[in-house]
Structure formats: structure tokens, C-alpha cells
Design a protein around this ligand. Structure first.
Ligand SMILES: [Zn+2]
Ligand SMILES: [Zn+2]
Length: 212
């Protein structure tokens, strides 16, 4: 069975294999909490209490990560949290594999997706004053009143944009026969070549131009 991420980046229990990175070996301890069901959740109360410009960096390694309809495998990278005046600037740089279908032969292929995700997350509640933080920008990602930041949706949106538009099993993939559906990578299927009226018209136009 796949080793599926349980969903929370709980630095205290190291559930998601996150180890402290560039903090000189210092490990941040976050209060333990009941394990939520959604993915990539991180309690950032301590991070929000840091002064402006403070950063924390963590290594991320996930064998399988599910983000709703998106499934990443072998995710590895560096997660960086920077305290901004409004909240936290999150950057995740790394790579992962996604299962795709070859655009020509429909065979399953694993594509490497480079991840260079960066978003600002703004808390709903100011951790120092307890006051509600209002933002005019409705598109911004928010950190819940429990100070748990959920990266799943932001990362999902990013990956959907970053995934290859036309994944191919091989740049020379011969695809499927449009008539019988046979995989032409295995050899010719015996169907006669398509005699398409549109191609003949185009070829005729080309000949006319060359002839004039
Ligand atoms: Zn193919
Ligand atoms: Zn055929």
C-alpha cells in the first residue's frame, strides 16, 4: 500500500518527514492538535509571532500527496516561511511526479513537475491582538482562526497550471490508429491510410501557389 501523507505537517511528530532546514539545526515546535483530514496543513502560530522578516526553512519529502483531484508522487523540496507585514510568504521549491496519459497513445506516463510555488497567506485573526484581519483582496489565501495554514488548495492550483499540457510517453510516440484504435508503436495495424478530403484540398492549394 502506498505511504500516503496523513495530511498535516506536524513538526513535533514529523509526520510528513519535515526536518528543520536552514535554522542551524533548530527545530520549531508547534502545539499538537487533532489531526485534520485535509492535506498540507501546518500550524503557523509561532511563525506569525516572529518579527517581520523572520524565516524558517524545512525540507519536504512526501512519497504520495493527494490534493483533491491532484496526486503527486515523490515530492521533494524546500519549504520556506517568511514573516511579512500581513502574514507569511510561503515558498515551496522542488519537484514531484504526476501520472498523466500520453496525449497520443493514452499510455500512462509519469511526468516530472517542477514546483516553484509562492503565495502570501494572511491570518484571519491577528495572533497578537486577537482582532480580525480584514483584507481588500478577495483572492488572497487565508490562515484559519486556529492558525492552521492549509497549503493544499494553493498547491493544487499551482500544479494544475504547471503540469505539461501534452504529455508524451516518447517524443516519437506514433499514437493510436484513428480508424481501429491500435497502438501504432507496436507496428502498423493494416488499416488503409486515411483519405481525408481536407488534406487533399490543402495539398491542392499548395500546388496551385507553387505553380503560379
Ligand atoms: Zn504515447
Ligand atoms: Zn488501424
Amino acid at each position: 500500500m502506498d505511504n500516503i501523507c496523513c495530511g498535516i505537517i506536524d513538526l513535533a511528530s514529523k509526520v510528513c518527514n519535515i526536518t528543520s532546514g536552514l535554522l542551524g539545526g533548530k527545530r520549531l515546535k508547534f502545539p499538537r492538535e487533532p489531526r485534520p483530514r485535509t492535506l498540507m496543513r501546518l500550524n503557523v502560530l509561532r511563525e506569525l509571532q516572529q518579527p517581520l522578516g523572520a524565516t524558517s526553512t524545512y525540507d519536504v519529502a512526501e512519497s504520495v500527496l493527494r490534493l483533491a483531484d491532484v496526486r503527486l508522487e515523490g515530492l521533494s523540496g524546500l519549504l520556506r516561511l517568511l514573516r511579512t507585514d500581513r502574514g507569511l510568504l510561503i515558498s515551496l521549491a522542488g519537484s514531484a511526479l504526476m501520472r498523466e496519459e500520453c496525449a497520443r497513445c493514452l499510455k500512462e506516463v509519469k511526468c516530472e513537475v517542477r514546483i516553484d510555488f509562492e503565495e502570501e497567506y494572511i491570518p484571519i485573526i491577528d495572533p497578537r491582538t486577537g482582532a480580525r484581519v480584514r483584507v481588500s483582496d478577495l483572492d488572497v489565501f487565508r490562515i484559519g482562526p486556529d492558525f492552521v495554514m492549509d497549503l493544499a488548495e494553493g498547491l493544487r492550483q499551482y500544479v494544475l497550471m504547471a503540469e505539461p499540457a501534452k504529455p508524451l510517453c516518447d517524443s516519437a510516440c506514433a499514437g493510436l490508429c484513428p480508424t481501429c484504435g491500435a497502438d501504432l508503436n507496436a507496428g502498423p495495424c493494416g488499416c488503409p491510410p486515411l483519405n481525408d478530403e481536407r488534406w487533399r484540398t490543402l495539398a491542392g492549394l499548395k500546388n496551385d501557389r507553387e505553380g503560379s
